[in-house]
Design a protein around this ligand. Structure first.
Ligand code: CP
Length: 337
């Protein structure tokens, strides 16, 4: 049977997406036990994590499996990811061997690799995660790459279903927020795609110059249309909030300045008012719109304390749902049937 990678939620198709969300809900209700006995996930963290690492480790343990954690350069060899290079630098091992070898030990390989902030034209190809998938004959799971964070997208979708009932046609606002650093676009793109897969009315609020990658926008539009939803853009956070059922707050860098962080910082200056506040919440549907964030969040920078600690915040539920969707994902990909 052909192996199935999990690199993006849109690759699951409508049936696969709903199948995993339904299994996740059953898993969460305690209706599914075991299923991963003797199964091993090798998870390579080329970048840091709290939620992804601990929730995958817990997911494997809860269903009788095991997770091997690798941190290249810290307890395992440093990895070269460029194809065709003469390896006379500091990297000891190429991802080609890494991927092939891990596939001999494990039933699936997870990889977290953020973009390096140099050249978007190159990094937008998401080549490192794709090369892992190409060289491994076991399923590769994207634990967040340059372009996608699909496990977060699944958790966001499950949270939206739990909080809104049927999310179809409901208003989902993805709002840019100020942040001291220029952050990747993987989470906002994945969140908007997941909301589009649920058939929501997706509004992307961002300052001028903060558009997502055009291919991601095309995917968001196509996915929304295919699922009976809609997409629109806004340049005012205040206007976008009106009647929102869910507000997903997230910062990301301006791609036009990618690789030039000083210029981006200058461009970002003066946009600190893009922060989720209690005042803004009042404009959401009956003041009850749910506030989402993938975490980690910078308090009183992206979202005010009073919002994060108040009744509208579902950020910890999203984090919990990482565990349940990943239990479902692992059962679906490598579980004993
Ligand atoms: N949301 C998320 O992926 O969290 P971590 O970076 O802590 O894994």
């Amino acid at each position: 049977m052909r192996k199935r990678d999990f690199l993006a939620t849109e690759d699951l198709g409508p049936d696969g997406f709903q199948r995993i969300l339904e299994l996740a809900a059953r898993v969460k209700r305690g209706e599914v036990k075991g299923g991963l006995e003797g199964k091993i996930l090798a998870a390579a963290f080329m970048d840091p994590s709290l939620r992804t690492r601990s929730s995958f480790e817990a997911a494997m343990f809860l269903h009788g499996g095991h997770m091997i954690v690798l941190e290249p350069g810290r307890g395992s060899w440093t990895w070269e990811t460029e194809p065709g290079v003469v390896m006379e630098g500091t990297a000891v091992e190429h991802l080609i061997e890494t991927s092939r070898v891990l596939a001999r030990y494990a039933d699936a390989i997870g990889v977290r690799v953020f973009p390096r902030g140099k050249e978007w034209v190159k990094e937008r190809q998401d080549r490192v995660i794709r090369d892992f998938a190409a060289y491994s004959d076991k399923p590769v799971i994207n634990l967040e790459s340059a372009r996608r964070h699909p496990c977060q997208g699944l958790a966001d979708a499950l949270t939206l279903k739990e909080k809104l009932g049927d999310p179809k046609g409901k208003k989902f606002v993805l709002s840019w927020a100020w942040h001291p650093k220029s952050l990747p676009t993987a989470v906002p793109a994945s969140a908007a795609i997941a909301a589009a897969q649920l058939g929501m009315e997706v509004v992307i609020a961002r300052p001028e110059g903060y558009d997502l990658d055009p291919d991601d926008m095309a995917t968001i539009y196509q996915t929304a249309t295919a699922n009976g939803g809609r997409v629109s853009l806004a340049t005012s956070m205040t206007d976008a909030m009106v009647g929102a059922d869910a507000v997903y707050v997230k910062s990301w860098g301006a791609l036009q300045f990618y690789g030039r962080p000083e210029e981006e910082r200058e461009y970002r200056a003066g946009k600190r008012n893009w922060m989720m506040t209690v005042d803004l919440l009042k404009a959401t549907k009956a003041g009850k719109g749910v506030v989402m964030h993938c975490l980690p969040v910078r308090r009183n920078v992206e979202i005010e304390d009073a919002v994060l600690d108040g009744p509208n915040s579902v950020v910890v539920d999203q984090a919990e749902n990482r565990l349940h969707v990943q239990r479902a994902l692992m059962l679906d990909l490598i579980g004993r049937r």
